[in-house]
Write a protein that binds this ligand. Structure first.
Ligand code: WTA
Length: 629
């Protein structure tokens, strides 16, 4: 970029530039724009295919785009077998630290063997191509192995975040019609055990369909093992069927790899479907270019494998690149607020990718905790999940990155599978913006009528070009896929976010414009919280909204109409918070519960959450013409 940029700009240093894979963003962008298919084809050619494609993009049935049609592959081959055939065989694929100090490393060779073992166990249970397998675990190497094993046998994994609870798990098991559940006995979190198996037992009482439960021993407390259904993984792994070599399933590029449930505009969480071919090309390329992955790197994405960030950038992206990925089980401030910094120092981690909420949380403890550690190994930092406020950006840059690490603020979604708005190390940065769309990808900001808004005006953020790791459909509900994403502006993908574009073309994402709430970077839907509240016997009706919070980004406020005759006490408020925690998960607990007589609704009975929010924030509620009374 030659022209001088406006605002607070951080230009890349000579040192960063000299090492970067991509030294000239404009050149790459020009190339990708001029020959979009050719650009992605070249990227795809860096991976292994059992058979090459007939077509790069097949748009004959929009918006059900297909990529690399006719090609055959398996992402697990590209993550494992491909490296095992080279001198990367003995390189570390994973370094893991448990919250209690347990520690494990795994080379590509060993990860391959462990994956084969797990895959053989799945096969012995009758798991076949296209079957769904639900995974509900903490952050341990086995979650990575389980995901890769599913991919290997062609099963569709559905990972449910270990911080979700009974009803969230039940709903996802039932909707996906999984026949196998992989669960750990528990996970360490802040010195306590999260009893995952116990939660799963409760969920399985509500859900049918699961034939086998594979239980991984992590925390070792007594758990209920149902005879004929539940089996310990370590016992299965000792059986002769658990052979260390396992032929993989040849997958079409468009065969499903996984579904991942996420909250949408209305109703139940929806199963976002990703496929083997395009997803591997998208995650491989974006991680390589944006986090500038080199052979010697030790990369840490501090998300959870149970969210898209973990799928794409803890598991698949790093392994596709043959990188060394670090995984940590527990809380960032356990036992002390220097836990993260001590691990970065201990393992010589040089790339850290995390969320603004974690940065703000750690910033609060002051610089002394971090200054005790030598973090000079760090060369690059990343941020994801919500807009990063400039104050947190600057602290991250100065105190964590010692003013030498560029920050990759990556905007993307479960649906996009890969980074969509993102800098690269060679791009001049401004705190609070992910800069521009990834080369070749066309995005825009539109008003209600579909006209592009002017510079610095707010509008709906949309994507106008298909991309390889795009959502293929909502599993089991293709109509909803079309309605939710492609109907406001025909032919254009609606992100659900609002944004502005500055005079330099940099996009500033503001936040969700639908009923999605981002709490500590986690994506929740108002509907899930409301239906959890209503499932309590004292509650007749409920509404939930997000209210801005300095550390968490947003917190949940809820409004409850009690059933006739129920008294609204403080104890009941606490009971309702706990109830939401039990049903959905601790992250969904409302920060506030208020008892009300009435909720603002439209004449057709829809709750007007923006009216609640405006009142809570002391703002003007705007147009009230549709309000019922
Ligand atoms: C928000 C997470 C601002 C956004 C990968 C998006 C961001 C939603 C950023 C998707 C960012 C994600 N800046 N906002 N860098 N990254 N978001 O599906 O609102 O859990 O629509 O995917 O997170 O959340 P999801």
């Amino acid at each position: 970029m030659s022209a001088k940029l406006s605002g607070d700009v951080y230009y890349p240093s000579e040192e960063v530039l000299s090492k970067a894979h991509i030294k000239n963003w404009d050149e790459l962008s020009k190339k990708a724009t001029e020959d979009y298919e050719g650009f992605w084809e070249e990227r795809a050619n860096e991976l292994n295919w059992f058979k090459k494609w007939d077509k790069v993009i097949d748009d004959s049935n929009k918006p059900f785009y297909k990529w690399f049609t006719g090609a055959q592959t398996n992402i697990s081959y590209n993550c494992l077998d491909r490296h095992v055939k080279t001198e990367r065989r003995n390189k570390l694929a994973l370094i893991w630290e448990g919250e209690n100090g347990d520690f494990e490393t795994m080379s590509y060779y060993r990860l391959h063997k462990e994956t084969c073992k797990f895959a053989n166990i799945l096969k012995s249970m009758g798991v076949e191509k296209g079957d769904r397998v639900t995974i509900y675990m903490g952050r341990t190497p086995e979650i990575v192995i389980a995901m890769l094993a599913c991919a290997r046998v062609g099963a569709i994994h559905s990972v449910v975040y270990g911080g979700f609870s009974v009803e969230a798990l039940h709903e996802r098991i039932e909707d996906s019609q999984s026949k196998v559940l992989i669960v750990s006995d528990g996970a360490y979190q802040r010195g306590k055990i999260v009893p995952l198996k116990e939660i799963a037992d409760e969920a399985l009482q509500r859900a049918g369909g699961i034939e086998h439960v594979i239980v991984i021993k992590r925390t070792g407390q007594d758990v209920n093992m149902e005879f004929g259904r539940d089996m310990w993984y370590h016992e299965l792994a000792n059986l002769p069927i658990a052979n260390q070599s396992c032929a993989l399933e040849i997958m079409d590029a468009e065969d499903p790899l996984f579904i991942l449930y996420t909250s949408g505009t209305t109703g139940k969480p929806k199963a976002i479907l990703h496929t083997h071919g395009g997803y591997q090309v998208g995650t491989y390329t974006t991680l390589k270019y944006v986090f500038d992955i080199h052979e010697e790197d030790r990369y840490w994405c501090a998300a959870d494998p149970g969210w898209i960030t973990g799928h794409s950038y803890i598991v698949y992206g790093p392994l596709l690149n043959g990188a060394t990925s670090f995984l940590y089980e527990g809380a960032p401030n356990y036992p002390y607020p220097n836990r993260w910094w001590s691990m970065i120092e201990n393992y010589g981690i040089n790339i850290l990718y995390t969320a603004p909420t974690a940065i703000r949380g750690l910033m609060r403890f002051g610089d002394a905790w971090i200054n005790r550690h030598d973090l000079s190994s760090l060369k690059l930092l990343g941020s994801v999940g919500e807009p990063i406020n400039p104050e947190a950006w600057k602290w991250y840059h100065k105190v964590v990155g010692n003013e030498k690490c560029p920050i990759m603020d990556t905007w993307w979604q479960t649906e996009t599978g890969m980074f969509m708005i993102t800098p690269m190390p060679c791009v001049p940065l401004k705190p609070g913006t992910g800069t521009r769309p990834f080369p070749g990808i066309e995005m825009d900001i539109l008003d209600d009528d579909g006209k592009p808004v002017g510079a610095n005006e707010e509008g709906y953020l949309v994507i106008k070009t298909p991309w390889p790791s795009m959502i293929r459909t909502i599993y089991g509900d293709p109509d909803r896929y079309v309605n939710q994403y492609w109907s406001k502006y025909p032919g254009v993908y609606l992100t659900g976010d609002s944004a502005k574009r500055d005079e330099d073309g940099y996009i500033w994402v503001i936040g969700r414009v639908d009923d999605v709430i981002k709490v500590s970077g986690y994506r929740l839907g108002t509907a899930e919280i409301e239906s959890a509240l209503v499932s309590h016997q004292a509650v007749a009706e409920a509404a939930a909204i997000g209210i801005p919070d300095d550390v968490k980004g947003n917190v949940i406020y809820s409004y409850v109409i009690l059933r006739a005759g129920v008294e609204g006490t403080d104890e009941l408020k606490e009971e309702l918070r706990q109830h939401v925690g039990y049903e959905v998960g601790p992250i969904a607990k409302p920060a506030s519960v208020k008892f009300v007589e009435k909720l603002p609704k439209t004449r057709s009975g829809k709750i007007m959450r923006r009216v609640l929010k405006a009142e809570e924030m002391g703002e003007d509620p705007g147009n009230l013409s549709t309000l019922e009374d």
